[in-house]
Design a protein. Structure first.
Length: 453
């Protein structure tokens, strides 16, 4: 079997590019899952703005459900990479099979627990009496397909951990294309409206999951999926590594939930729903920033994990330098696009004059300091790739803490809309601290090497 990428021997610069670019593109395309839904929903005649606010309330909850796949597979992926770097393919195969069982179990539990609780959850996360019917219509259909959401996300990571960046990209691309095609069919041609958008997403994720399973059961993969070898101790190890990225994603969504709640409270009956609509549009743009950025820093974890497991210090350091360059270049590009192409992005959602103007202002505020964010992402994901959960989590938690402090303090003294400045404040303070911590600890981590797997 020919490897798509030799993580231990290929030249670092070209290897980083070959893995980072497909991974970035895959995440960029995956943004279309939520953005395409929101664009179509925002253009529903007469009810578009209110329906968009309702679906925006679902966004953080939906992503939190998906973050369970990160708990499992972003925990399993570094362990797979380090095992392969140490030449232990049998252990890597056991990790793969344990991850699949955990994904299926988690999907069943989440579906059974969340569906009966959806009404209080949606109100807690920012729904109003006006927007709740649309939030409930979308959320009920989506949660019913949780198994496909977890499999499509998780299998992509497990394939990427083996160095198959292009296969992982095709898995995500398949789902996104299906979603773009099915959305207008279900929503408008069949007259299903908001539930149709959710059904299109579920079916698209089903297609991605099927593609991933077929690849891992086939002959082209390095680690063929098998059944058996399940061990609670190994599952615990996977969850211990994955807990940091899971908590990072979960808290990211709590940030969005908190933002919606703050906007509803301080915006009041007159502006609350409008500000949540604005927040939904801003969140959509920030997904264009953060998901491809995470594709670069997270997708290239396989390089770091493999070479860290192999004890190749210089390749780890050189790879990190190249990854940081890509991350900063991407955030610089999005900083410029927010200012040049922001009006075009806002126009996609068919907002009225006030919503459009305020959305453009908020996008520019939230992206004011995103360039340093590229450095933050690589440092956190780099430490995670080397199994340094405590360092990675501490750095990410500090950024969230700065965000929450700013979010809850600003509206007390200023208008509700100034809460959007919390993003920029956290994107300045946190990367500065992360850089200092990186230079303090990286040599110690590399000197110690991987712990026993």
């Amino acid at each position: 079997m020919a490897l798509e990428n030799d993580l231990g021997r290929d030249p670092i610069r070209s290897l980083v590019l070959r893995i980072a670019l497909p991974s970035m593109l895959a995440q960029f395309v995956s943004v279309l899952y939520s953005i395409v839904d929101r664009i179509y929903i925002g253009n529903i005649p007469e009810i578009g703005d209110i329906a968009l606010a309702g679906v925006g309330v679902c966004g953080p909850v939906v992503t939190m459900v998906g973050s369970v796949a990160s708990l499992i597979c972003l925990g399993g992926s570094p362990l797979i990479g380090m095992s392969l770097g140490q030449g232990n393919e049998e252990r890597a195969k056991r990790i793969l099979s344990n991850c699949l069982l955990m994904l299926l179990t988690a999907a069943a539990v989440l579906t059974a627990v969340i569906l009966p609780l959806r009404r209080p959850m949606l109100y807690l996360f920012g729904a109003s009496d006006v927007t709740y019917p649309y939030a409930d219509a979308y959320f009920t259909v989506y949660i019913s397909g949780t198994v496909f959401a977890l499999l499509s996300t998780g299998l992509s990571q497990l394939i990427l951990a083996q160095g198959f960046a292009k296969v992982s990209m095709r898995l995500v691309l398949l789902g996104a294309v299906l979603n773009i095609v099915l959305d207008p069919i279900f929503m408008f041609a069949l007259g299903m409206g908001v539930p149709g958008a959710a059904l299109a997403t579920v079916l698209s994720q089903m297609g991605s999951a099927a593609y991933g399973l077929l690849f891992l059961l086939g002959k082209r993969t390095r680690l063929r999926l098998s059944f058996g070898g399940y061990r609670l101790s190994l599952m615990g190890h996977i969850l211990a590594i994955g807990f940091s990225p899971f908590l990072i994603i979960a808290v990211d969504n709590i940030m969005i939930i908190a933002m919606n709640a703050v906007l509803q409270r301080y915006g009041g009956p007159e502006q609350g729903d409008m500000l949540v609509t604005v927040s939904t549009i801003v969140q959509s743009f920030m997904l264009v920033v953060t998901m491809p950025l995470g594709g670069i820093s997270g997708g290239t974890q396989s390089i770091l994990s493999f070479n860290f497991g192999a004890g190749n210090r210089e390749r780890v350091l050189k790879a990190q330098r190249e990854i940081v360059k890509l991350c900063v270049a991407y955030t610089a590009l999005l900083f410029l696009l927010a200012r040049v192409a922001g009006p075009l992005f806002v126009a996609l959602f068919n907002g009225d004059g006030e919503v459009a103007d305020l959305s453009l202002w908020a996008i520019r505020v939230c992206t004011a300091a995103i360039i340093p964010l590229g450095v933050q992402y690589e440092i956190v994901d780099g430490f995670t790739a080397m199994g340094q959960v405590r360092i990675a989590f501490s750095l990410s938690f500090f950024r969230k803490l700065v965000y929450f402090l700013a979010l809850f303090i600003i509206p007390v003294f200023l208008e509700a809309r100034y809460a959007f400045w919390a993003e920029a404040i956290s994107d300045i303070v946190a990367p500065a601290v992360s850089v200092a911590v990186y230079f303090l600890f990286i040599n110690k981590v590399l000197d110690r090497g991987p712990r026993d797997l």
